[in-house]
Design a protein around this ligand. Structure first.
Ligand code: HXC
Length: 262
């Protein structure tokens, strides 16, 4: 995307890799509606772009995002929230984007920031990252899937403990609980790690990558029997791709596969 954004930065740090950096430093990347609109816009543009295979979503060293914008919410009425489907557009990340999104989390990932990170396909963080659902302290509750995704990720006992007390948990803890796939000792290592993984993914066939993302995410919605059936349908479908033939032929010939992404 070439248009200038106000609250995010969009870049392409490596071939096949896009990066969206939340950039509203004065408010610790609080996720206002205009910021989310820009985020969705950039995500959709990268998802459509033939040059993009994987997307990194990150913030600053200090904050991935400190939550939904409390100042914006403070005067919102029920009627306004209901009739404008407040927060619903955040779900675009999980429903419309077919390419994998890697969250690289450093610093605060609180409330909506934690929820946004949990919506991504892979979550990497620093050991000192600060995750939590502190909504209870504001007299409210998680509203962007936190009660559902965090509970699925860490179990009811821990999620209830965190959501009812509003206390936060560290990046180290996120790694131990399996919320984060990898935990890094420094911000630089985090960004290098995210970029390395994005490049690895970008080195594969887009058809297989998008299929893999789709079926793993289905596991969060479907029971095991329907999930395995769903996976098999997509697996069968991929026999129709050129790249599946290219990949298997290359293996047999001990050559590197040259993907067509078809
Ligand atoms: C609006 C925010 C904000 C937020 C920080 N700021 N978080 N503005 N919405 N969520 C602003 C502050 O008002 C301040 O602006 C500036 O960012 C710097 O923040 P400080 O508090 O001065 O920084 P610090 O002392 O370092 O403390 C960092 C912090 C704290 C611990 C992260 O800012 C904090 O507790 N923030 C709120 C976290 C939170 O409750 N998140 C959940 C929101 S509810 P000024 O103008 O004073 O300099 C939510 C609902 C989700 O997310 C449901 C739907 C998605």
């Amino acid at each position: 995307p070439s248009r200038p954004y106000e609250f995010i930065e969009a870049s392409e740090p490596k071939p096949g890799v896009a990066q969206i950096t939340l950039s509203r430093p004065k408010a610790l990347n609080a996720l206002s509606t205009p910021l989310i609109t820009e985020l969705n816009d950039a995500l959709l543009a990268f998802d459509k772009s033939p040059n993009t295979s994987a997307i990194i979503l990150t913030g600053s060293q200090k904050a991935f995002a400190a939550g939904a914008d409390i100042k914006e919410m403070s005067t919102l009425t029920f009627s306004e929230a209901y009739t404008t489907s407040f927060i619903e557009s955040w779900s675009s990340l999980t429903t419309l984007i077919k390419k994998p999104i890697i969250a690289a989390v450093s610093g605060h990932a609180l409330g909506g920031g934690c929820e946004l990170a949990l919506m991504c396909d892979i979550l990497y963080c620093t050991s000192s990252a600060n995750f939590g659902q502190p909504e209870i302290k504001l007299g409210t509750i998680p509203g962007a899937g936190g009660s559902q995704r965090l509970t699925r990720a860490i179990g009811k006992a821990r999620a209830m403990d965190l959501i009812l007390t509003g206390k936060s948990f560290s990046g180290t803890q996120a790694g131990e609980w399996g919320v984060a796939a990898k935990v890094f000792g420094s911000y630089e290592d985090l960004m290098e790690g995210a970029l390395g993984t994005a490049e690895t993914i970008a080195g594969y066939s887009k058809v297989a990558v998008m299929g893999a993302k789709e079926v793993v995410n289905k596991s969060q919605d479907l029971g095991i029997r329907d999930g395995v059936e769903y996976e098999r349908r997509v697996f069968h479908g991929i026999f129709g791709s050129e790249d599946q033939k290219i990949g298997m032929k290359a293996f047999a010939e001990k050559k590197k596969a040259e993907w067509t992404h078809k």
